[in-house]
Ligand binder design. Structure first.
Ligand code: FES
Length: 118
């Protein structure tokens, strides 16, 4: 079962921007990539570093601590296997942003393709 949690408005997260929110004791980062909102846990699965300031290349986010890269659409590292960060579905309703929080916290986003160069 999942719940929708309001986390702000669409106007607060324009393309190219990111936003850190706290929901149920979790730190979650939202990214607006060319108009599509992605949300991930703000904790790298490698060693727990904050991902909020990671460098973006399309939908690929590089952890600032040791450089592992994660696809914001799936939470997974490129290639088979590897680590994965939790992702959350993001809904927009009447200009408001809502996160879908699932008990498992690993819902995959259904986002369109991004222009990653690597
Ligand atoms: S903590 Fe993120 S790559 Fe090591």
């Amino acid at each position: 079962m999942s719940r929708r949690i309001p986390v702000g408005t669409v106007d607060e997260l324009l393309p190219g921007q990111r936003k850190l929110v706290f929901v149920d004791g979790r730190s979650i980062v939202l990214f607006n990539i060319e108009g599509t909102i992605h949300a991930i846990d703000n904790s790298c699965p490698h060693n727990g570093a904050s991902l909020a300031s990671g460098q973006l290349d399309g939908c690929m986010l590089r952890c600032p601590a040791h450089g592992l890269r994660f696809d914001l659409r799936t939470g997974r590292m490129p290639g088979p296997g590897g680590l994965a960060v939790g992702t959350f579905l993001v809904h927009t309703s009447d200009g408001k942003l809502e996160l879908s929080i699932d008990e498992s916290s690993t819902a995959l986003s259904s986002a369109p393709a991004c222009k990653a160069t690597t």
